[in-house]
Design a protein around this ligand. Structure first.
Ligand SMILES: NC(=O)c1ccc[n+]([C@@H]2O[C@H](COP(=O)([O-])OP(=O)(O)OC[C@H]3O[C@@H](n4cnc5c(N)ncnc54)[C@H](OP(=O)(O)O)[C@@H]3O)[C@@H](O)[C@H]2O)c1
Length: 244
């Protein structure tokens, strides 16, 4: 049996990814930040697949929390081979109005945490094999001037994916998934997706399962690294510009 760390796994997309991995027989270290109750509920659902699940708390705006998470995870179990960097914040931030601290806050959670966790994960594995999957956003094929720090943070994570794929080879593969329209942002309903789906070549939005399936595909592949799978109904083929 093997174990995966899933960051931001208490709810929404991260939860679906964690459940899908559990269904494949993979033990889960379920990271959460503020969603303690949801994490405990998700843990129970995961255990329903007859695998082990541990919850682990960390706020990635805190450098120490990032630096210690991998050691804390390995103290729970030593057989961790997968790291899924899913945690993210999605703040509004108009390109010409954002302040220094807005960039820092977003980059910490969306880019620096996945980067540092991957490095520490690789160090911990030593000569053992492992796999990292980063969760990007298909907007990296276009522009988002309305959520500019978010957009840049995912562009940075794209570049981190490519560079770590090179640097962590040959023992560790580093890939990414780039979802498009999957879940409405928190606080919005499915009418949000209904309006936007007209821009999608496949004229529909996807489901969290579509994303989870792509993650599983990457975890099962031994000869794929530095690859980004767009799960966006073809949106990246006609890059979107979200004006701000
Ligand atoms: N939803 C979509 O359709 C869509 C589309 C494109 C890309 N994506 C990407 O897919 C991933 C999941 O999307 P989502 O919509 O499910 O994400 P989300 O709900 O916005 O956030 C996922 C998790 O990130 C965690 N998080 C937030 N701040 C954190 C911090 N300071 N430290 C540690 N963890 C923190 C939260 O954990 P707690 O709840 O425990 O605080 C949250 O549950 C993200 O990377 C997102 O960019 C999603």
């Amino acid at each position: 049996m093997t174990t995966a760390i899933v960051t931001g796994g208490a709810k929404r997309l991260g939860k679906e990814i964690a459940l899908a991995l559990a269904k494949e027989g993979i033990n889960i270290i379920l990271h959460y930040n503020t969603s303690r109750e949801e994490a405990e509920k998700t843990k129970k659902e995961i255990e329903g697949f007859n695998v082990k699940c541990w919850t682990i708390n960390a706020d990635f705006s805190d450098q120490e929390a990032i630096n210690t998470l991998i050691d804390r995870a390995f103290s729970l179990t030593d057989d961790i081979t997968f790291l899924i960097n899913n945690s993210s914040i999605f703040p509004l931030g108009k390109w010409d109005k954002v302040e220094f601290q807005d960039f820092i806050n977003t980059f910490k959670v969306n880019s620096l945490a996945p980067y540092l966790l991957s490095i520490r994960f690789a160090n911990k594995l030593g000569n053992r094999e492992g796999k990292v999957v980063n969760v990007l956003d298909s907007i990296i094929s276009g522009y988002n001037f309305e959520r500019y720090p978010y957009y840049l943070s995912k562009k940075l994570l794209e570049t981190i994916t490519y560079s770590l794929a090179l640097k962590l080879a040959p023992n560790i593969t580093v890939n990414a998934v780039a979802p498009g329209l999957i879940l409405p942002p928190e606080g919005k309903g499915y009418d949000y997706l209904e309006k936007l789906k007209e821009n999608v070549p496949l004229k529909r939005y996807g489901s969290p399962k579509d994303v989870a399936n792509a993650v599983i595909f990457l975890l099962k592949s031994d000869f794929i690294t530095g690859q980004i799978i767009y799960i966006d109904g073809g949106e990246h083929l006609k890059p979107r510009i979200v004006e701000g």
